[in-house]
Design a protein around this ligand. Sequence first.
Ligand code: V47
Ligand code: SF4
Length: 380
Amino acid sequence: MAPFLLNLRHLHDYMTGLQSQISDNDIRQIYSKVSDGLRITPEEGLLLYQKCDLPLLGIMSSIVRRRMNGNLAFFNRNFHIEPTNKCVYNCRFCSYHKPAWDPESWEYSHEQMLDIVKQFDSKPVTEVHIVGGVHPAHDLHYYGTLISKIKQHRPSLHVKAFSAIELDYMISKAGLTIEEGLQQLKEYGLDSIPGGGAEIFDEKIREKICDEKSSSELWLTIHETAHNLGIPSNATMLYGHIENYSHRIDHLERLRSLQDKTSGFNAFIPLKYRKANNSMSYLGEVSVIEDLRNYAVSRIYLDNIPHIKAYWPMTGKEIAQLSLSFGADDLDGTIDDTTRIYSMAGAEDKNPAMSSEEISSLILEAGFEPTERDSLYNRV
Ligand code: V47
Ligand code: SF4
């Protein structure tokens, strides 16, 4: 058989398969809503997780992805600083934090962190991403001074720093309210806030996996306050552990509601639980299929968050590439060998670094248009 006819046969079989999914009344209704640009309900989101098969999820999420971001796939040039992995908390999924006596623990001085910034002096990076453990001794002024030193050295560098969990601790240690603390950090030079620490908002699950740290309500309040002060942020969801689909939908729903109020989230980043070296390892990890389904449902559900990021140091390059056909439109940055949170949790790439040429060819190969962005998604 000629290759062309073979392809047509496959296409016919594929469409017949899709037809049978679409003949499911519930799924057909959701499909119509998505293709008409209408918002789906939490119940419909749950049905997608439970019943919809992968090819149809790919099609629906691609409809939303293309409506919001066309054929573009974004990346930026950034680097990470992880000030310390000492932490007052003890999240059960975390492979990263270590007690002060452990030879694997570290704590950089301001000078050492400035030296990291200086290593990028001749490179066209636009963003530094700063996230680490919650150090018992450091307050807002310690980190604020660090930001102002970085800004003094390289004023144009966008500083995206500190998860809501770190912010909660450093602000209350300085005796300030959330609003006062965020305002002061903005004056020190903070430009935006990354999405970490959200984990899963459901209080019962949160109690089981990270009972000590800031509540879901506080995480949302910190982001809402930041948005009201003109500080944009990202949001994450840690999935693939003891949560179920209802917990994921509840998480997405709380983010979608806040975004309706503030429009301050730039990107949503699903973070797959990685099992190495932490006390939840016995759970194992969910499959790649589950990762793709999760990208797709997130893209369809979060109709008001402009970007879905596939954080490639966590997913690996191939899954990040695949995720572009399941709703993702952003592969994060050309990170340079500086992030350890995932390598310590079992990510395959121990020194995650990718040049912009490498990211671009990965994107092109997947059929999308590589687009370098700044931290606010303006084209560079
Ligand atoms: O909050 C910790 C997660 C997050 C594990 O905003 C784990 O651009 C999987 O938030 N398996 C921190 N995940 C990282 C983060 C982030 C990453 C990339 C981009 C952005 C952004 C933000 O890492 C934590 C937690 O949810 N995490 N341990 C683990 N074993
Ligand atoms: Fe600390 Fe963050 Fe690890 Fe939790 S996830 S123990 S807050 S470093």
